[in-house]
Ligand binder design. Structure first.
Ligand SMILES: Cc1cc2nc3c(=O)[nH]c(=O)nc-3n(C[C@H](O)[C@H](O)[C@H](O)COP(=O)(O)O)c2cc1C
Ligand code: SF4
Length: 546
């Protein structure tokens, strides 16, 4: 199938100052909980996205100085030359695929916990309600912090980064704290009018731009609406419009999002779950700021539908499709659209399991993409599968729920001679069939639909519905040892919950279990050890994945 010509617009190059994006796909900054701690995992995760066609891959938020440490949360860092060396592999991997590497420079100001460095936090104003009682910066402090941005930008440039992004989204950075009246009650030239409140950020942009010259494109990640229709926050048609007009000459493009005036709200407003917000829900806010800028606009909107993306660009509202979750669920989204392989797109379901890991400082996971975070450690690739060393063997997968579907798919991709996916129901999907029928959870059916399509393509996988196998049945099916069956009965999400009133048993639809089950299934299917050495007459392995 070839690409729909309506989507050609998505593959036009976009000049951004001294650099050019090879297409309109931009992986917006998103954390992984690898950051500075596990640089190779961070680099490989971004590298896979570059391979999958994202013209820009960004770091997660990247601390510019020890006076802004995010502990216990894990960020990237550019505190010194060693940090720059750790980030360099990411830029190198992006360049291998002709993509640009962006770094999101972050200083948390008064909300930086500094649990590691134990430096007193200082911010725009002293406000206990922001969670950390940081002191109010004087003008020398302001110059000092602006200098940290400059030094970090130079380190990023020297490490090969193409884009420096002065982060101010989600109420999570000092730039935004100065900008919002709610977090800025200063009476000097950095407080009061919009122009004064914008000053910290515009001066920082000026200094960063002067430091990196033509070596890097410069952008700012701006929250264009804090969803509270208050002059205390940011309103698209007022503060955002005004700030963009003031700083337009300082950036090469804009990186825009909306939602939440405190960092705590980011996963509810900006990265809104599909239950509460549709794709491209921020369109009205973006339309309200378009007139303020002459520069390209990148904006997020949980974009997975190429029609919506193409229309967003064609209408002139935005120029670049920015995406965090869609790039996590399918790192190869751009390439699949480019090649017209629409049916292979693994769409984000908006469950926000990825976001839920960040506050736990735990490595990223995704319900749709079991390989995310394992690109380096285990060498897993979302689209390429190593042939199994024992591919002559046959596998019985019991239960076509999320885990069973994924396990059968990966085993099929790994070339097992036959995979039988057996389920007592008429259709695959297990408990997800019911869950995705709940109000506002329809998008969760994408977990089933994607796998149904992929299983249909695999000639070595057979789905056998309406068949219930108990232990005897399994033994009869392929003469494996009972001990083997027991050993492998560890996969799947069939967690039983007892309902208090009627003691009825129910399959738990919690998304965390869903993502665990899919991930466990991937382990089952990827690991040679599990696939090896279970001799039997016909079907040599059983994996239970209800
Ligand atoms: C797991 C996760 C981590 C994120 N971390 C960051 C971050 O470090 N910096 C940032 O500016 N935005 C971060 N975001 C917000 C995204 O960049 C984006 O604005 C938001 O997810 C909405 O875009 P989407 O609908 O394409 O996911 C994160 C989002 C997710 C899902
Ligand atoms: S975990 Fe859920 S919300 Fe996050 S990228 Fe994956 S499917 Fe999307």
């Amino acid at each position: 199938m070839s690409r729909d010509p309506r989507h050609d617009i998505l593959f036009e190059p976009v000049p951004i100052g001294p650099k050019t994006m090879r297409n309109r796909f931009y992986q917006s900054p998103h954390c992984t909980s690898f950051g500075a701690e596990v640089p190779s995992a961070h680099a490989y995760l971004r590298g896979i996205k570059a391979e999958g066609g994202w013209a820009v891959v960004n770091t997660e938020f990247c601390s510019v100085h020890p006076s802004s440490d995010s502990r216990p949360l894990i960020s990237a860092r550019l505190w010194d030359a060693e940090d720059a060396r750790n980030l360099k592999p990411m830029a190198d991997m992006a360049h291998e695929y002709d993509s640009l590497a962006g770094v999101e420079l972050w200083h948390g100001g008064g909300i930086a916990g500094n649990l590691e460095t134990r430096i007193a936090a200082g911010g725009a104003s002293q406000m206990a309600e922001w969670g950390v009682n940081g002191y109010q910066l004087n003008k020398d402090d302001i110059r000092r912090i602006q200098g940290y941005y400059v030094e970090a930008a130079k380190r990023a440039r020297d490490a090969g980064f193409d884009i420096v992004n002065v982060h101010g989204a989600e109420g999570g950075a000092i730039t935004a704290h100065f900008l919002m009246a709610k977090s800025n009650n200063r009476t000097d030239e950095y407080g009061g009018s919009l122009e004064n409140r914008a000053r910290f950020w515009t001066e920082t942009l000026e200094q960063v731009r002067a430091a990196v010259g033509e070596d890097c494109a410069v952008t700012a990640r701006l929250c264009i609406d804090t969803y509270n229709d208050s002059p205390q926050g940011i309103r698209a048609g007022e503060e955002a419009y005004g700030f963009i007009a003031l700083a337009d000459h300082l950036v090469d493009f804009w990186d825009l999002q909306a939602g939440g005036w405190s960092a705590a709200e980011w996963a509810g407003d900006d990265a809104e779950a599909s239950r509460f917000g549709a794709e491209y829900a921020d369109r009205p806010y973006l339309e309200a700021v378009r007139g303020a800028t002459q520069k390209p606009i990148a904006a997020v909107g949980r974009f997975t539908n190429p029609d919506t993306m193409a229309e967003a660009v064609r209408s002139g509202t935005i120029d670049v499709i920015a995406a965090a979750r869609p790039s996590i669920a399918d790192p190869f989204l751009p390439q699949k659209i480019e090649e017209g392989r629409y049916e292979d797109i693994r769409e984000c379901i908006g469950c926000n399991i990825c976001a839920s890991r960040f506050p736990q400082s735990a490595p990223i996971v995704c319900t749709q993409n079991a390989t995310v975070g394992e690109e380096f450690r285990r060498g897993w690739h979302p689209e390429k599968f190593a042939a199994a060393a024992n591919a002559e063997k046959t596998v019985l997968v019991l239960g076509a729920g999320p885990a069973g579907m994924e396990c059968a798919r990966v085993l099929g991709e790994r070339g097992m001679s036959a995979v039988h996916l057996v389920d007592e129901q008429e259709t695959i999907g297990g408990s997800l069939r019911r869950v995705s029928a709940y109000p506002k959870l329809g998008e969760w059916a994408r977990v089933i639909n994607y796998r149904q399509i992929q299983l249909d393509k695999l000639a070595n996988v057979e789905v056998i519905p309406k068949t219930r196998l108990d232990a005897e049945g399994v033994l009869g099916y392929g003469a494996i040892g009972a001990q083997t069956a027991k050993l492998l009965r560890v996969f799947g999400m069939r967690r039983k919950l007892k309902r208090k009133k009627n003691n009825r048993r129910q399959t738990n639809p919690h998304p965390h279990l869903l993502s665990c089950s899919i991930r466990n299934a991937a382990f089952a299917a990827h690991m040679e050890a599990l696939l090896a050495g279970h001799a039997a007459a016909i079907f040599k392995m059983v994996v239970v994945g209800a």
